[in-house]
Design a protein around this ligand. Structure first.
Ligand SMILES: Nc1ncnc2c1ncn2[C@@H]1O[C@H](COP(=O)(O)OP(=O)(O)OP(=O)(O)O)[C@@H](O)[C@H]1O
Ligand SMILES: [Mg+2]
Length: 235
């Protein structure tokens, strides 16, 4: 049973001649089977926080632990391996391979884990089918709608059976029915596999699916929903 724990995590950016406190002493613990939604205005530090939990970015200070293991101590090589084997991540901008089919994109992490080509494709296929893309397996990202690309990115994040799930606005391009399906699916995976799950979202529907809600504002985290969603949803 795994827990993702952030302790007093800080991340600053230097840019445009100023310092931005993107994430400011954030502490948060997400236990096994806990589904957390993170709301916050644009620029409040949500993606930065997620990138640190995914070991793509290192905090300036504070610590991030998974299963009690300090992720900040991992070498570049170890963190790449940790992401491959342990983390399921849905990026805000998808990061799909442009030349590869939907099926191969969904199977990407499995190829990276040295699974044979056919086995990787057969493992990834049901995820695409579950996300309503069974009829688009051979389409390349440029031949897919934005919502379809988003769902390929979700299939890829789930296909390697991650032990923690991080999703950055995974319903940002979906209609409300499809959004509910995706939120329901993430909730099911989180509960079935008993894994910590963090969802960054502007979607007001998400509150109905998650076990805990947090709001990030100027890098500072508070418990609960501290936003007027009707004025910030489109943000
Ligand atoms: N590489 C960078 N250099 C300098 N500033 C950055 C950099 N990346 C992000 N920032 C700043 O850090 C803050 C947090 O950015 P972040 O992408 O985490 O916000 P976000 O909450 O995910 O926003 P959105 O809802 O628009 O995706 C923003 O004010 C942004 O301008
Ligand atoms: Mg973001």
């Amino acid at each position: 049973m795994s827990t993702l724990e952030l302790r007093e995590v800080v991340k600053r950016y230097e840019g445009g001649g100023e310092t931005v406190n993107a994430v400011d002493r954030v502490s948060l613990s997400i236990g096994p089977g806990e589904f957390v939604a993170l709301y916050g205005p644009s620029g409040s530090g949500k993606t930065t926080l997620l990138m640190m939990a995914a070991t793509i970015m290192r905090p300036d200070s504070g610590s991030i632990l998974f299963d009690g293991r300090e992720l900040g101590c991992l070498t570049t090589r170890e963190s790449a391996r940790f992401r491959r084997e342990t983390v399921g991540i849905v990026f805000q901008s998808f990061h799909l391979m442009q030349g590869a089919s939907a099926l191969d994109n969904a199977a990407l992490k499995l190829f990276a884990l040295n699974m044979r080509l056919n086995e990787a494709r057969e493992t990834a296929r049901p995820w695409l089918e579950r996300l309503g893309l069974g009829h688009r397996l051979e389409h390349k990202p440029s031949e897919l709608s934005m919502g379809e690309r988003q769902r390929v990115a979700i299939a890829r994040a789930l296909a390697n059976k991650p032990r923690m799930l991080l999703a950055d606005e995974p319903t940002g391009n979906l209609d409300s029915k499809r959004s509910r399906e995706v939120l329901g699916l993430l909730g099911e995976i989180c509960a079935e596999r008993d894994i910590p799950t963090m969802l960054v979202t502007h979607d007001p529907q998400a509150t109905a699916f998650v076990s805990q809600v947090y709001t990030l504002r100027d890098g500072t985290l508070t418990e609960g929903l501290d936003l007027d969603l009707h004025t910030t949803v489109s943000g």
